[in-house]
Design a protein around this ligand. Structure first.
Ligand code: SF4
Length: 334
């Protein structure tokens, strides 16, 4: 088994250590490509990125580990997948300014960063040309002017990539500029970094959350209870203590969380961490990720089973994002 050198629990050191070869990942876990019936591939356009903290939650010698299967490029990705798209949500049509998406009337979304601490093979933005679409310092003024000019916008969403890939000083400057727009009441951050590198919850981030006049909502992106380590739980407690409202959204992924018992365990663990389950997204038809799809009848059956198992507030809303609609579409309406 490959022994990876210990990495300090400093978020930037963890982020720097995330890039790992497919061979290095497998040998570290005591696995070989022969353990995967479809084989594994190396993808230079979307290379493997797994921070040491997340890697430590993966069970060695288990090719079916639900965390491993989110980050390992399997052979299915390289096979023809008819009907799959590089921009499945047609986001190019919603670009209101460089780095700014307007899909819904009261919310504006900033592609705050093109970087991610972890690369998820099911990602609907995995083919994004972030160099052209993300917010940069040079593009920031134009995006903020567009937000300031539209009083219908109540909430600014920081997305990416992952907005918590930004250094604290940059994030602070961006949030300060958003808070200076009088009609913005809420700041929402979507992040998977928090499960990949919980030490990203720095004192400076907590100070930022506690001191802004904006209501802060953090939407964690977690798909399985095994991602919610004791360190993640502690990070969530600190975010809550700073005043953030914590929600979670998941993606329904074949072979990873597509059964009611697994999702129920995840929802209970989220709640124990102070995080409310919010959305369960059905996959988008992104090129290379068809093997993660769960069909709608199966999703409906899981949803019904969950409702019988859990209190209503623990059941995430099963939805699909359909380009052109003015909100997410509930599974029941598909
Ligand atoms: S962290 Fe989010 S944006 Fe980044 S690869 Fe994963 S799913 Fe995609």
């Amino acid at each position: 088994m490959t022994i990876l050198l210990p990495v300090p629990d400093d978020w930037q050191a963890q982020a720097r250590a995330a890039r790992i070869s497919t061979a290095g990942l497998l040998t570290h876990l005591g696995l070989t490509p022969a353990d995967f019936p479809a084989g594994v591939i190396a993808d230079p356009d979307f290379p493997v990125m797994v921070p040491p903290h997340f890697l430590a939650q993966i069970r060695p010698r288990d090719p079916a580990d639900p965390l491993l299967l989110q980050v390992l490029a399997l052979g299915q990705e390289a096979r023809p997948q008819p009907g799959r798209l590089t921009d499945p949500l047609e986001e190019a049509d919603y670009r209101a300014a460089p780095g700014l998406l307007r899909k819904y009337r009261s919310r504006a979304l900033l592609i705050a960063s093109g970087a991610c601490a972890i690369h998820c093979r099911y990602c609907f933005r995995r083919h994004s040309d972030y160099g052209a679409t993300m917010l940069t310092r040079a593009r920031e003024a134009e995006a903020l002017v567009a937000i300031a000019a539209d009083p219908a916008i109540e909430e600014v969403i920081l997305s990416g990539g992952d907005p918590l890939s930004l250094p604290d000083a940059r994030l602070d400057a961006l949030v300060t500029a958003i808070a200076a727009i009088p009609h913005i009441a809420t700041l929402r951050l979507h992040s998977r970094t928090l499960v990949a590198i919980p030490s990203r919850v720095t004192e400076a981030l907590l100070q930022l959350i506690a001191s802004t006049r904006l209501s802060v909502v953090i939407v964690l992106h977690s798909n399985h209870a095994h991602e919610l380590s004791a360190d993640v739980a502690a990070a969530m407690a600190r975010l809550r203590a700073a005043g953030a409202t914590l929600l979670n959204q998941s993606v329904l992924l074949a072979g990873i969380n597509d059964d009611a018992a697994t999702i129920a365990a995840h929802c209970r663990r989220l709640f124990a961490c102070g995080v409310l389950p919010y959305y369960m997204h059905l996959t988008d038809p992104v090129a290379g990720a068809a093997h993660y799809d769960v069909d709608e009848p199966r999703a409906r059956a899981i949803d019904a089973e969950l409702r019988a198992m859990l209190a209503g507030y623990l059941v995430p809303r099963f939805v699909r994002e359909v380009p052109g609609r003015d909100s997410k579409t509930p599974l029941a309406a598909l």
